[in-house]
Design a protein around this ligand. Structure first.
Ligand SMILES: [Zn+2]
Length: 260
């Protein structure tokens, strides 16, 4: 898996140098998105991501810092298809699936897009899929398992916020999404090669304390979805996670990329 940190910020007001969270994973010629914060299409395109390889988009929950860039990402896919020479329309006949815990949020975005250019008719299908806990996607060697968390109140006994475990090419990545309690992500950790933990709702010291207790169950550790503590003092936060969770721990920044 190749991981691009397209945006790394939590739901703050605009902060110079950081955009809301979006993680793009390249695997076997496909591109998969974990959340789509504002600016993800622009930053992804400008940094050289192959947006037309997009196969699926996984939204952990429907807060603005996680979905704000979705309509523009889909609009950009249509634009890129539209300017491609005939015979080079790479999404033609394919489907881009949007996995969302709340289908109505997707339906609102779909309606908005329909009132943009050309009735938003596309050469490719875009389909929303509401998901619950369990394996939500398993195709082309890319598998995603969702675990509900209580970042948001349950709706009609359903989780509407999730953490995700991604398995591809024999490697495993865990993405916390937003969680109310740090330990909610625990059932996903075992044997993960990379754990990405949000800092928008938790103190760095609490994160270090919790993950150092279960340090043996996973590989590399990184912080994403930065809250104000990390934004105010990234080097201090980096020093603490490296001391407690390993020297290869990192704080993701916009534009950073790594292989898992
Ligand atoms: Zn968030």
């Amino acid at each position: 898996m190749h991981v691009d940190f397209v945006g790394t910020c939590s739901g703050t007001e605009p902060v110079a140098g950081y955009h809301h969270v979006a993680v793009a994973i390249g695997h076997a010629g496909g591109l998969y998105w974990l959340d789509t914060g504002e600016n993800c299409a622009y930053a992804g395109r400008i940094s050289g991501l192959d947006l037309l390889a997009t196969r699926a988009i996984f939204l952990t929950h429907t807060h603005m810092d996680h979905i704000g860039g979705l309509p523009h990402l889909l609009w950009t896919l249509r634009k890129l298809e539209g300017i491609a020479p005939e015979g080079m329309k790479r999404l033609q006949g394919k489907e881009v699936r949007i996995y969302t815990p709340v289908l109505q949020a997707w339906e609102g975005i779909r309606m908005m897009l329909q009132h943009t250019e050309g009735n938003f008719s596309t050469s490719f299908a875009v389909r929303g899929a509401e998901y619950n806990e369990g394996v939500i996607h398993d195709a082309d060697g890319f598998r995603v398992t969702a675990l509900g968390n209580t970042h948001l109140e349950l709706q009609q006994n359903r989780f509407i916020s999730y953490s995700l475990r991604v398995e591809a090419g024999g490697r495993t990545l865990v993405y916390s999404g937003d969680v109310r309690c740090i330990e909610e992500v625990n059932p996903l950790l075992k044997d993960a090669d990379l754990v990405l933990m949000e800092t928008g709702h938790h103190k760095v010291d609490d994160i270090c304390r919790y993950f150092s207790q279960c340090r043996n169950s996973f590989g590399r550790f990184g912080l994403v979805h930065h809250g104000r503590e990390v934004l105010a003092d990234p080097s201090g936060a980096l020093r603490r996670i490296r001391n407690q969770l390993g020297q290869d721990s990192f704080i993701a920044t916009d534009g950073m990329a790594l292989d898992v």
